[in-house]
Design a protein around this ligand. Structure first.
Ligand code: ATP
Ligand code: MG
Length: 217
């Protein structure tokens, strides 16, 4: 599904990623753990095609994404890859419903199937009643769940999540993790998540540890 080879990234003079190579196969559910500042979010942004590495390559289904060009990258990100940012990145001028449907509606109207699926996710993550609100009117945990629905709305083949339960209480954390496990099992969706929680990490099939910009062990 996704493969990275020799990824290096520096910010100013600081080398944040020092040659990361990893492969995540179709249908895997992988958790990435590591100290704050170890480069997890930077790595996810590179795997998701939001940030270009200084060295190394990222392949999605065997294709080097640096050859895609902005338009194709944007298209594939909308349909095949769902991404939940650590800071959520909801669009402040759109209400909750429109935020959720955003990737699905870029250039076209969301299908009935997508709308029905989003409605199911809304019920499951207890977001009903919030659909007409704007992101600034939501709590952090509500924003996080909206961002998760947005990432899943189009049933992408790959979902990448940066601390998807960081703002949630334990009951909601369990609901989100059960949902992710289910789409992994039932739809065969490949999942890569970053978390600081061992319990959350263990919902995955494999844990990768990052330490100072390198894979540890
Ligand atoms: N846009 C940026 N410009 C400059 N430095 C950055 C930028 N983004 C991240 N960094 C630095 O890169 C390092 C790794 O950051 P990153 O966000 O990848 O860590 P992380 O492992 O996700 O941490 P956390 O667990 O706190 O989210 C940190 O030292 C951070 O200060
Ligand atoms: Mg981070």
């Amino acid at each position: 599904m996704i493969k990275a080879t020799g990824i290096e990234k520096s910010y100013n003079d600081e080398k944040v990623l020092k040659g990361i190579s990893l492969e995540v196969k179709d249908g895997e559910f992988v958790s990435i753990m590591g100290e704050s500042g170890s480069g997890k979010s930077t790595l996810l942004s590179i795997l998701g095609g939001f940030l270009m590495p200084d060295c190394g390559q990222v392949f999605w289904q065997g294709e080097d994404i640096s050859t895609f060009g902005e338009n194709r990258l944007a298209d594939v990100r909308c349909t095949d890859v769902g991404f939940v940012f650590q800071s959520f990145r909801l669009i402040p001028t759109l209400n909750v419903k429109d935020n959720m449907l955003l990737p699905a509606t870029l250039g076209k109207k969301a299908s009935k199937e997508t709308c029905d699926y989003v409605e199911e996710l809304v019920q499951e993550l207890k977001l009903d009643g919030l659909l007409k609100k704007y992101p600034t009117q939501l709590s952090g945990g509500q924003c996080q769940r909206v961002a998760i629905v947005r990432a899943l709305a189009y049933k992408p083949k790959l979902v990448i999540l940066d601390e998807p339960t960081g703002a949630l209480d334990s009951v909601m954390e369990e609901r989100v993790m059960e949902l992710l496990s289910r789409i992994n099992r039932v739809h065969g969706t490949t999942i890569i998540q970053v978390t600081h929680s061992k319990k959350v990490a263990e919902y995955g099939n494999r844990i990768i540890y990052l330490k100072d910009g390198e894979i540890d062990g």
